[in-house]
Ligand binder design. Structure first.
Ligand code: HEC
Length: 194
């Protein structure tokens, strides 16, 4: 009984001690400092890295014959790897909460085809899962490139390019120019009828 009382007193004083000494907590600083917009990420990381990967391997057929362009030296492979890592990690940046699509007042370049940034943002926020899935799909396809790069396999790197292209397009058709998606579907239907 005595032990019990002692324990109770001890816990009461612990409780009092902890609540009296506690300073009001300062408002929590957000962990991330989201700076660029989705448009900025596309322009500075996603697009240039993907372009670099696509351009690093190519087969050109000309009068001179068939020419295979591919990374050869360790330094060249290291450079494509940097671009693949940038592309992969950019997909995480796309998912950070609080990132806006464009700067306030920025307009679509071609409003006839493209949604306005605020419409895109509304679409993203109304179902984050679709946005996340599309970003993950780009990550998956870029992983195929990274694997090929780490195996120094130029043919696989070339093959992985199509998957990246598809992942870009599959997201853009939902958020950036969805009317184009409708048109493509109509064309599909027309072709099925014929
Ligand atoms: C998860 C969705 C998503 C994926 C994946 C994605 N994009 Fe985008 N992209 C967008 C959205 C949304 C916009 C429209 C933002 C804007 O420009 O207002 C955009 C815009 C762009 C722009 C225009 C940027 C500008 O300055 O206006 C380019 C270029 C672009 N994307 C390239 C790519 C390429 C290349 C890939 C694939 C390697 C890709 N994107 C993958 C969502 C995505």
């Amino acid at each position: 009984m005595r032990t019990y009382l002692f324990l109770t007193l001890a816990s009461v004083s612990l409780f009092l001690g902890s609540s009296c000494n506690r300073q009001p907590e300062p408002p929590k600083q957000p962990e991330y400092r989201v700076t660029g917009t989705i448009k900025d990420l596309m322009d500075s990381m996603v697009d240039p890295s993907a372009d670099f990967l696509w351009d690093s391997v190519a087969t050109t057929v000309s009068a001179k014959g068939i020419e295979d362009k591919a990374p050869h030296t360790d330094a060249e492979w290291a450079e494509v790897r940097r671009r693949a890592i940038t592309l992969l990690e950019a997909t995480n940046l796309l998912l950070m909460p609080g990132r806006h699509v464009a700067k306030p007042g920025e307009k679509a370049d071609d409003p006839k085809v493209e949604l306005a940034p605020e419409q895109i943002e509304q679409l993203i926020n109304q179902d984050r899962k679709i946005w996340t899935d599309r970003a993950h799909a780009l990550h998956d396809s870029a992983m195929a490139s990274l694997k090929a790069i780490e195996a120094k396999n130029a043919e696989e790197l070339l093959n992985s390019g199509d998957g990246i292209d598809q992942a870009c397009e599959n997201c853009h058709l939902v958020y950036w120019y969805p009317d184009e998606a409708k048109k493509l579907k109509d064309v599909d239907k027309q072709q099925q009828k014929q």
